[in-house]
Design a protein around this ligand. Structure first.
Ligand code: R5P
Length: 300
């Protein structure tokens, strides 16, 4: 019999509350202080002795600060001798730096994985890693929860409510890396086709799409991706799809980072509908949000 207590430092307040309600358990308190020299002190303020702890925190917005806070909180928890600790990082930052792409580059994702693995926890869960190959950096194991079923439900409803047919749909992978995400939707959308875009990154945070490998004329294009950060990938892909005759472009992505004016860029490019999950809590008007909570229960 588990005796849960749930914590969030601040990124995932609603999901932490949902866990507390589901398990009928308390929400623990955390305090984060900043020192004059820029150092952080994050610690728990509720005892976890002999408890089964769930710490949920996405590394969004200020990922470097989130990382040190997570590490400090895990140490603070460990020193109070809990029975077990589940670390849930819905959005793992640095996941796109998963390989060396130019001289002297670090593999930052591996660096982050090593830092996290140096902490005390029993189980680590994340959602929709940028690439499944990142799992190899976590030698103690990691549960990578797919989000495709949330998008399958969303678009099934969207097409039904708007009297649309999947015969008129094309699932778009905005680059080769998202190909398997597009496949995981395609099998559920009977009649839909898939098109993969070729993407270039001329410099960090920039994106340009050169060509697509199929016909999108008159089609409703559903771009499926893991992260929306600058919005440049989606804006550039949408532009190319419209140039190739797409009727409408819709976008689904797991992690809505929405850096700078990402939303504006995508809307300007003609994207009609944007849906993300709440791995990162959202307040942006006009962005639809899918709740990850049931997935977390299913996989925990
Ligand atoms: C890249 O490989 C990712 O899958 C996303 O396409 C990318 O991170 C999105 O970033 P941005 O919104 O800055 O183009």
């Amino acid at each position: 019999m588990k005796d849960y207590i749930v914590f969030t430092i601040g990124s995932n307040k609603q999901t932490a509350k949902d866990f507390a309600k589901f398990w009928n358990c308390p929400l623990g308190k955390i305090v984060v202080k900043k020192f004059a020299d820029g150092e952080t002190l994050a610690k728990i303020q509720t005892s976890v002795k002999d408890k089964d702890v769930i710490l949920i925190e996405s590394m969004a917005k200020k990922p470097n600060e989130r990382l040190i806070e997570i590490l400090q909180i895990l140490d603070s928890i460990h020193r109070d001798e809990p029975r077990s600790v589940t670390l849930l990082i819905p959005y793992l930052a640095y996941s796109r730096q998963d390989r060396v792409s130019s001289a002297y580059e670090p593999v930052s994702c591996e660096v982050i994985a090593k830092a996290i693995e140096s902490a005390h926890y029993d189980k680590l869960m994340v959602l929709d890693l940028h690439s499944p190959s990142i799992e190899r950096f976590f030698t103690r194991g990691i549960k990578n929860i797919p989000t495709s079923e949330l998008f399958i439900n969303y678009y099934s409803n969207y097409f039904r409510e708007n009297n649309l047919s999947f015969n008129d749909a094309v699932v778009i992978s905005p680059d080769r890396g998202s190909n398997y995400r597009a496949d995981s939707l395609l099998f559920a959308f009977r009649g839909a086709k898939k098109v993969v875009c070729e993407k270039n990154r001329p410099q960090p945070d920039k994106a340009e799409h050169l060509k697509i490998d199929g016909d999108v004329r008159g089609k409703i294009c559903i771009i499926i991706d893991d992260i929306i950060s600058t919005g440049n990938t989606i804006a550039s892909a949408a532009k190319l799809l419209y140039e190739n005759g797409a009727k409408e472009v819709l976008v689904g992505a797991t992690h809505g980072v929405f850096s700078e004016d990402a939303l504006k860029k995508m809307l300007t490019a003609g994207v009609r509908d944007i849906v993300v999950t709440n791995t990162i809590e959202q307040k942006l008007e006009g962005v639809n949000v899918l709740d990850i909570f049931q997935l977390l229960i299913q996989y925990s």
